[in-house]
Design a protein. Structure first.
Length: 247
């Protein structure tokens, strides 16, 4: 497939998010003004509507601020004439990658879920000792159930997304586009922690691992990129180049 044709089919989803949330913000601000000048008494719901519209507008603006750098990074990766790599795949290679990605995600989610269950049980036991209220058992059980459902569905939703997405990969110095999903490790205090190639599977998989701060603690993210036949040497060079960013 011609590369120009391929690039034309790739949608800058972060830019689309920015556009949509800006439209929402404008509509919410308009809604607040209309409510304020409509003659609706504040005590009859006017103030509440203005606050709701204002909150939604502020949320949309914050979302736009977060996604504008992502949209620029995406555009930089795709419009760059010389990314670190642009790989295409046979159907068999892509299917092998989807199976390996699903297996890895399920394993990671199971390990995380086990840890959460253990912590939840300990917290529940402490709360029962202190407050002696059996309601905490139902609350913790509900939380564990929701997390279990999420950990079961998330890998399968991702696999479905990979099947439907474009079967190509672009890798840059600070971002990657994998099967329709854009990743970047330069935002919100994110930094690379490891880069390696996993070869114990039907298709080698390049792992780009980065961490970013959250309200609770640092969270780790793994970008999995299949290495097509004949590209192993190129993949090793990418590993060496990206490792220079690890501090």
């Amino acid at each position: 497939m011609d590369e120009t044709e391929t690039l034309n089919k790739i949608i800058n989803k972060p830019r689309r998010v920015v556009r949509n949330v800006i439209i929402i913000a404008v509509l919410m601000v308009a809604g607040a003004f209309i409510t304020g000048y409509s003659g609706l008494d504040g005590m009859d719901g006017g103030y509440a509507l203005i606050v709701i519209f204002g909150f939604l507008a502020l949320s949309a603006v914050v979302t736009a601020i977060v996604y504008i750098p992502r949209a620029r990074e995406f555009n930089r990766l795709i419009s760059n004439l010389n990314p670190l790599a642009h790989w295409t795949y046979t159907d068999q290679e892509w299917n092998d990658f989807i199976k390996e990605d699903l297996k890895e995600m399920i394993a990671v989610n199971k390990a995380t879920l086990r840890l959460v269950i253990i912590i939840s049980i300990v917290v529940c036991a402490l709360l029962l000792l202190v407050y002696r209220d059996n309601l905490f058992i139902l609350i913790i059980a509900g939380i564990i159930l929701l997390l279990t459902i999420a950990s079961f569905l998330a890998p399968r939703i991702r696999s479905n997304s990979l099947k439907k997405g474009i079967h190509e990969v672009y890798i840059g110095n600070t971002s990657a586009f994998v099967g329709g999903t854009f990743h970047t490790w330069t935002q919100a205090g994110a930094h690379l922690t490891a880069v390696d190639i996993y070869t114990e599977s039907a298709i080698p998989v390049l792992h780009i691992i980065f961490e970013f701060p959250t309200l609770q603690a640092s969270q780790q993210e793994i970008i999995r990129i299949p290495v097509p036949s004949g590209k192993m040497e190129e993949a090793r060079k990418i590993v060496d180049q990206l490792k220079t960013q690890i501090k």
